[in-house]
Design a protein around this ligand. Structure first.
Ligand SMILES: Cc1cc2nc3c(=O)[nH]c(=O)nc-3n(C[C@H](O)[C@H](O)[C@H](O)COP(=O)(O)OP(=O)(O)OC[C@H]3O[C@@H](n4cnc5c(N)ncnc54)[C@H](O)[C@@H]3O)c2cc1C
Ligand SMILES: *[C@@H]1O[C@H](CO)[C@@H](O)[C@H](O)[C@H]1NC(C)=O
Ligand SMILES: *[C@@H]1O[C@H](CO)[C@@H](O)[C@H](O)[C@H]1NC(C)=O
Ligand SMILES: *[C@@H]1O[C@H](CO)[C@@H](O)[C@H](O)[C@H]1NC(C)=O
Ligand SMILES: *[C@@H]1O[C@H](CO)[C@@H](O)[C@H](O)[C@H]1NC(C)=O
Ligand SMILES: *[C@@H]1O[C@H](CO)[C@@H](O)[C@H](O)[C@H]1NC(C)=O
Ligand SMILES: *[C@@H]1O[C@H](CO)[C@@H](O)[C@H](O)[C@H]1NC(C)=O
Ligand SMILES: *[C@@H]1O[C@H](CO)[C@@H](O)[C@H](O)[C@H]1NC(C)=O
Length: 613
């Protein structure tokens, strides 16, 4: 639980999204039941039916489902190693992240932005903040509009896979009554007994949440859905990916690898895939890889399919190295072109955090009492309540002006130089969908402002913009294509609409905490950016200097969209222009959902497993 004792760094307040400190002390028992961990290439089979690249969130989900039937042999190739996120030091986690840094961001006074992606068995699910959320009904219906005709990637179409992806465990009744946690198992969740990734509630929450909760209750227009996971925006509690029995992190390794005893399932670790092998008709025949510390390249054959699940940063890199990508980039890098797919590495998006706004209360609210303190301590830094608000609620004065400025844009004015026309058409299609949704405040419409509630010592917020309009790129370095990591460019705030949205959010908090707001009695004094910072110019400067363009939710770089809109995969997640090759991970998400991303990625893994068989 976050208590008054903690020194709270503003960003840390922000979020569950923040890198969680592993706090589960006992180690995951080494299971005796296990598929085969192959440590040298000589021990691999001659060939496998399926090869999955990346033992991350999606990769392990798919491998588990495919090996349920003994009919197929499956190999997973993973760059990192086995490890248990029970290392009590916290620093242990650093070794299980990719050390990535963006190029200087022109929209952020040339700041560079570090980001960490999971590295090792379990991928990002082993290191993430464990918040379990999903977007609204419209978030997923939009995916179908961006997809091919008749796409089944709608809210209704995806709900069965969301249900299958995670096993929901209701909160303790004392805690639920104490904080008014409501949930709707029927409408939102599944309780499949073959699913071992869990979503459960912590034992306790920070009582100061109640002060804000009651303030939001008094604010007109804000919806309080019984369970936001049933597709509505509004104010609601979310669970964490924690096993309720062991109180340990529940992630793709514990849910989809530990205790599997399957002779048709091999995993090779410390092996970095460097290329998907394609034959003359661009059918995937296998994978090339390098072992850590070595230079020699090995190959392994796939009889049926290769599935790329290396995550949003490394999936476009691997495709580009395989000759699938923008032809101009591949030409510069001297990589023989297999398929000209300009969308590979384009459409890069993440949820930006902040710039933050902070207040001091002149009159301190009484600390609310709590009846659930006897419950086991909480994990996930004690947050649990979010306000996900549609734009008419978050920005009642400016939402329609923001929507029309977005709808009137020519995306070529803001996209990276040289962006292909197909990709620009996709950006235009996304802008039109977003602009339309900006005007809607029906319960399932998009949520724009995301506020994680649970301040420690300083009230305020790091507003998160759930639907950014700037689009970045992930590309191999043409001068050094074999570099281990690609070039990350958020192109943060290159679209001025994103600055306008952030200004609107700051103004929302000023109203909420201010003399006309629900917490007026506590007489808040704004400490950052400060009440004197009011002009658009000054606010924009503050935002440029403090905005963080990532919340560890990168998506979009191998988008499931129409090919003529810059899409990379079709509705069966097959890479356009190839055979026997799919991508299944966060990179296929065409446009960010309003929620943290892990549950959506598990859902993608569940869905593609059924498509593959
Ligand atoms: C620090 C952090 C905090 C987060 N917090 C939350 C949160 O609180 N809630 C939430 O819902 N989401 C959160 N997320 C996001 C969520 O975890 C990710 O969206 C999701 O796990 C991504 O899954 P994936 O399958 O796309 O990729 P990953 O799970 O990252 O898997 C990719 C795998 O591929 C491997 N790999 C990469 N390149 C190669 C290669 N060339 N060859 C072989 N293997 C390779 C990697 O080692 C990794 O195992 C967070 C993410 C991070 C990093
Ligand atoms: C990131 O850096 C840490 C130490 O600073 C290291 O242990 C880890 O292996 C690095 N990650 C990768 C993927 O190289
Ligand atoms: C950012 O870098 C570019 C290119 O190096 C330079 O032209 C520009 O002046 C820099 N901007 C700031 C605010 O430093
Ligand atoms: C705590 O429990 C008591 C007795 O059941 C009840 O009267 C009270 O309202 C509860 N308080 C809170 C904050 O839930
Ligand atoms: C799991 O669910 C299936 C289908 O509902 C049922 O047939 C089976 O008995 C269940 N197994 C256990 C262990 O509960
Ligand atoms: C608890 O939440 C439900 C559902 O939103 C609402 O109807 C009820 O009024 C809330 N109770 C309190 C005490 O806030
Ligand atoms: C694992 O499966 C094999 C083959 O089905 C079986 O012989 C063996 O006993 C199993 N191991 C354990 C520990 O259950
Ligand atoms: C806010 O409160 C902190 C801690 O009490 C204090 O140090 C700071 O000066 C206050 N800031 C303002 C602007 O009142």
């Amino acid at each position: 639980m976050m208590t008054g004792k903690c020194t709270v760094f503003p960003i840390a307040v922000a979020l569950s999204l923040v890198l969680s400190r592993p706090r589960f002390v006992s180690a995951i028992p080494e299971s005796v039941l296990r598929a085969r961990h192959v440590q040298t290439p000589e021990k691999l089979r001659q060939s496998y039916d399926y090869i999955i690249v990346g033992a991350g969130t999606a990769g392990l989900t798919i491998a588990d489902r495919l090996t349920e039937s003994p009919k197929y042999t499956v190999l997973v190739i993973e760059h990192g190693e086995f490890w248990s996120p029970s290392d009590p030091t916290g620093d242990g986690q650093r070794a299980h992240l990719y050390n990535l840094t963006s190029v200087p961001q022109i929209g952020l006074d040339n700041r560079t932005i570090p980001l960490g992606m999971g590295f090792g068995v379990g991928g990002s699910s082993a290191v993430n903040g464990m918040a379990v959320m999903r977007g609204t009904v419209q978030d997923y219906n939009i995916w179908a509009v961006l997809g091919n005709k008749g796409s089944a990637w709608t809210w209704e179409g995806l709900l069965p896979y969301f249900r299958k992806a995670i096993r929901f465990v209701p909160p303790d009744p004392v805690l639920a009554a104490d904080f008014n946690i409501t949930y709707d198992t029927q409408a939102a969740w599944g309780q499949y007994n073959d699913t071992h990734v869990y979503a459960s509630f912590p034992g306790g929450l920070n009582p100061v949440i109640k002060t804000i909760y009651n303030g939001l209750r008094k604010t007109p227009g804000i919806p309080f859905p019984v369970d936001g996971h049933a597709g509505s925006h509004g104010v609601f509690y979310y669970p964490l990916s924690v096993n309720p029995k062991t109180r340990q992190r529940s992630y793709s390794r514990t849910g989809h690898w530990d205790s599997l005893n399957r002779s048709n399932y091999d995993i090779l670790t410390s092996a970095r895939a460097t290329k998907v092998l394609l034959n003359k008709i661009n059918a995937a025949t296998g994978v090339e890889f390098i072992l850590t510390g070595a230079v020699e390249r090995h190959t392994v054959k796939a009889n049926k399919e290769v599935v790329v699940s290396t995550g949003t940063i490394h999936t476009p890199q691997l495709l580009q190295l395989s000759g699938i990508g923008p032809h101009e980039l591949l030409k510069q890098a001297k990589i023989p072109l297999k398929v000209n797919l300009p969308g590979v590495g384009a459409n890069f998006q993440d949820h930006p955090i902040g710039a933050s706004i902070r207040f001091n209360f002149t009159k301190t609210p009484p600390r609310p009492t709590s009846n659930s303190t006897h419950l086991p301590p909480s994990e996930g830094q004690g947050q649990g309540l979010v306000a996900d608000l549609s734009l008419p609620i978050a920005a009642p004065l400016t939402f329609s002006a923001i929507a029309s400025s977005l709808a009137g844009q020519n995306p070529a004015s803001f996209a990276a130089p040289g962006t292909d026309r197909s990709v620009l058409r996709g950006y235009k299609a996304q802008n039109d969908l977003l602009a339309h949704q900006m005007l809607s405040s029906t319960p399932g419409s998009l949520s724009f402002l995301h506020w994680v509630i649970g301040y420690g010592t300083a009230p305020g917020a790091n507003p998160i913009n759930f639907h950014i309009t700037s689009r970045g790129t992930i590309t191999i370095d043409p001068a050094n294509p074999d570099a281990p990591d690609p070039i990350v460019d958020y192109r943060a705030l290159t679209n001025p609409v994103d600055t306008g949205l952030m200004i609107a959010y700051i103004e929302f908090y000023r109203r909420f905490f201010g003399p006309e707001g629900a917490l007026a009695q506590y007489r808040a004094v704004e400490t950052a950016p400060g009440a004197h910072v009011t002009s658009r110019k000054d606010l924009a400067r503050y935002i440029r200097a403090n905005y963080i363009p990532q919340a560890w939710h990168p998506v979009g770089t191998a988008a499931k969209m129409r090919r003529e809109w810059g899409g990379v995969v079709d509705d069966e997640l097959r890479v356009y222009g190839t055979k026997r090759l799919r991508v299944a991970d966060a990179s296929i998400i065409p446009i960010l959902p309003g929620g943290t991303t892990q549950l959506t990625v598990y859902m993608i893994g569940e869905k593609v497993s059924l498509l593959s068989l």
